[in-house]
Design a protein around this ligand. Structure first.
Ligand code: CMC
Length: 428
């Protein structure tokens, strides 16, 4: 293949260099397009064909169902690594050795206390507030408690803010849930592992010692790893674009949390469970809901199905489906929702509407079933996604700032009124 792309506009032709990734992905570098063509731009709503950056963090091939963080396959990471090792690899490029991991964990632990005044902010929220709104506000509020902006030319400064947020974020997550449940806002224990500590903070009752279930701990580790990064998705692109204006890390993350909240993105895990519940309440007629999903006059979509990038299968869904079977079995939970989910999946996989559009179960289709078996309330599901995605957002923000990427500022094609005269209000 030549390394030049040719573009013809009217009688003029232009040449643009091709950019090739390490996995042979190809892009046309149109950096000079507007200048060379006297104002012509590209337009691509939803960025379905537009690369926003070059990144060395995550590789995914939607046709082949491949997902790798820093070159390591998601299957191997989910099977062999723990979440903190994966977080380290995403943020710093390689899996840590024992000393590096111990130092990383101990630096995070040293930053795991949240200013006590944050509790006053939590108190001001109504109990009915959605936890994602609370989490986004609290993450933004951390900026107020740590106002110094991060000098991205200093690796030391960046490291400090990274361990700070990794230490405080699980506390905010646990407090968000506990406030809703009317439980005291607590702390974990610095003698525990990162994921074990999250569970203790979330589930410890004031009058009982918390006994850790290894099944639940392993399931959470796996779920967090599977959600840890997914290249330039909606929330990650948000984090990068907010950070490109040199807003701080916490402010950028807060924006990412808001982007994740929507039901077409991370909010789908809550929407899936609510959909499965509704089908159960309605008598379990999956065919009725399949028909609704296919009806173009009905806004209903089969939540947990379809993906912008995966057009064959979502490798995370394959791992989660097996994990759901295992966890429910190990915990002795018999959830009728699982049967409905399996039924819907079977029907969709054999239905021409879904087959033709390459719509397969995505990461969110089975994750809610595991979260529910673990005792996590439905409204917290997307918060759990955010907890998993945190290292990915951090890694992408750090990469963007170290590469000194320019401020993100797309253009548009204006389709409004041409110049017209102002009419005074009496004459309108
Ligand atoms: N149920 C019914 N029809 C669907 C669905 C669905 N879940 N998803 C896509 N379609 C149809 C859509 O109507 C369109 O049909 P047509 O070509 O006849 O107009 C076609 O499939 C292509 O869909 P699209 O909306 O153009 O595709 P997209 O790439 O813009 O959207 C998506 C991807 C994930 C937003 C979409 O599939 C969807 O809304 N899925 C349900 C929500 C969901 O599960 N989201 C979680 C995504 S995975 C977690 C994450 O990484 O965020």
């Amino acid at each position: 293949m030549s390394d030049i792309a040719k573009l013809q506009i009217g009688d003029n032709s232009y040449e643009f260099p091709l950019v090739k990734g390490t996995e042979n992905e190809v892009a046309i570098n149109i950096k000079t397009l507007r200048g060379a063509t006297n104002g012509v731009i590209t337009i691509d709503p939803g960025y379905k064909n537009t690369g926003s950056c070059e990144s060395a963090i995550t590789f995914l091939d939607g046709e082949k169902g491949i997902l790798r963080y820093r070159g390591y396959s998601i299957e191997e990471l989910a099977d062999k690594a723990d979440f903190l090792e994966v977080a380290y690899a995403l943020i710093f490029g390689d899996l840590p050795n024992k000393e590096e991991l111990e130092k990383f964990h101990s630096d995070i632990k040293a930053q795991s206390v949240v200013d006590d005044d944050v509790k006053k902010i939590i108190d001001a929220f109504p109990k009915t507030a959605h936890p994602m709104g609370v989490l986004s506000s609290l993450t933004s509020a951390l900026t107020a408690f740590n106002p110094s902006s991060v000098n991205v030319d200093s690796e030391e400064d960046m490291y400090k803010s990274i361990v700070r947020i990794l230490g405080k974020f699980p506390v905010l997550v646990a407090w968000t849930m506990r406030k809703k449940q009317g439980l005291p806002l607590n702390y974990g224990s610095s003698s525990l592992g990162y994921v074990e500590n999250i569970l203790k903070m979330m589930f410890e009752k004031p009058n009982e010692e918390y006994v850790m279930s290894p099944i639940i701990k392993n399931a959470l580790d796996k779920l967090l790893i599977l959600h840890a990064d997914h290249e330039q998705n909606c929330s990650t692109s948000t984090v990068r674009i907010v950070g490109s204006s040199h807003a701080g890390l916490f402010a950028s993350l807060s924006a990412g949390i808001s982007a994740l909240w929507g039901p077409l993105h991370g909010g789908a895990n809550q929407a899936v469970l609510e959909m499965l519940e509704a089908i159960k309440e309605d008598g379990g007629d999956t065919k009725k809901y399949m028909a609704k999903a296919k009806d173009k006059n009905d806004p209903f979509r089969l939540m947990g199905f379809g993906h912008r990038v995966y057009k064959n299968f979502d490798p995370r869904a394959t791992i989660i489906k097996a994990a759901a079977d295992e966890v429910l079995n190990d915990l002795g939970v018999n959830d009728p929702i699982l049967e409905i989910a399996r039924g819907l999946e079977q029907e969709a996989l054999n239905d021409p509407y879904f087959v033709d559009r390459k719509l397969y179960p995505n990461v969110d289709f089975y994750s809610g079933i595991i979260y529910r078996a673990m005792g996590i309330p439905v409204e917290m599901f997307t918060v759990m996604f955010a907890l998993g995605r945190l290292p990915g957002w951090i890694a992408q923000w750090k990469e963007m700032r170290l590469k000194k990427e320019p401020i993100g500022r797309p253009r548009q094609i204006y389709t409004g009124e041409n110049l017209r005269d102002f009419t005074s209000i009496e004459k309108r």
